[in-house]
Design a protein around this ligand. Sequence first.
Ligand code: 2M8
Length: 417
Amino acid sequence: MSLTQIAIDTLAKNDRGGFTIPTAGLYPYQWNWDSAFIALGIATYDMDRAWAEVTSLLEGQWPDGMIPSIIFRSDDPDYFPGPSRWGKTPGPIPSTGVSQPPVLTTAVMQLTGTGSNRDTARRAEVFDQLFAYHKWFHDNRTAKGIVATVHPWETGRDNCPEWNIGLDLMQVAPDLAPYTRMDNKHVDASFRPTQEQYDKYLTIIQFGQSVGWDQRRLTEEGPFLMADPNIHFILLRADKDLLAMARDLGKSADVVAAIEGWIAKGEAASDFLWSEELGAFTARDIRTGAFSKGFSNCSPLCFYADTGTPEQRARILENLQRIASKVDYMLPSWDPDADEFEPQRYWCGPVWPQMNFMVAQGLAETGEDTLAQLIRDDLCRAIEKSGFWECFNPLTGEGCVGKNFSWTAAVWLSWQH
Ligand code: 2M8
């Protein structure tokens, strides 16, 4: 059977009726940014079903505009922390109390096409909800002028060493309620975050519950507050796409001006993430100003967001060339020359399909075709060698963590089409 057919079958097996789970067992719910990539993959063969992926995700939007990282349509004993641990949240469907990188708007732009064939009806159907989602980030998740994050899970890059400087400042809650992890029951524990990291992840959840999931308080008073290049660049790109959508739909001057203001804020904030020492955009602890210590696979998303100076971009390209000479498969999630690089441990090294997708897209859009092609080809080689895994060892191309993974299948389809 062809890999393309296996990819379609993988997405069909992970379909739970209008929404798609990342993989059975390990992740049995709908995840926010997974669904955006999944929609793009499904759109290569079934546009109506792809659109349902978008609208089902939007069904979970909170009254304040947030779209949570996970929508819990059931209480599945396979996953922890599920709905009971997150507690009562204000959305229409039980959910987590944090968001994820807002790639949805850019996915909607891509799904609805370009030129005279573009689907303005579908854009109009979701515009207000997308606008409210972006507004939520700018109003409720901004600190010191830059979009922030309150939880490593919100960044989508759970145990990336980027977060250690913020986690090191935190104490595990002395009254942390006991719990049993489920992730390690599904997959090799050496691929997953450590117990101390999990205790801190749960401590942040306990804090969120204690303030009734008041998102401003979570940002201002919570135990963890960092700026993340992944969320920053994805939101900046999405704001630019939202502006194009607003203009296309003839939205009011107020709406257009609000989005223009968010873009100006984002452009100005990119410098906050720039580490001259590393020649990279990296995460920073907002309260102490400390930079993280390595080049990650979201450092090059400046191309995707079309931001950064020519000098900054040149140094990012130099770093990419250096890293390409160290690994067999681009793009590792953490710098192979940095401390804490672990080629199999989740966000400490493995290659992530959706990241390669966005990085390659940004590089191609800004004329860096050779690197873009390398980043696409390397992921395709890893898939050809190992199958549709959640992520891949950058030294060997072996699959890591979850099998039969939706976003891997979706990225393959998006590129093969
Ligand atoms: C991973 O995150 C979840 C928590 O949200 C987990 O480890 O339990 C991350 O890779 C995240 O980016 C992804 O959306 C999620 C589902 O694929 O898994």
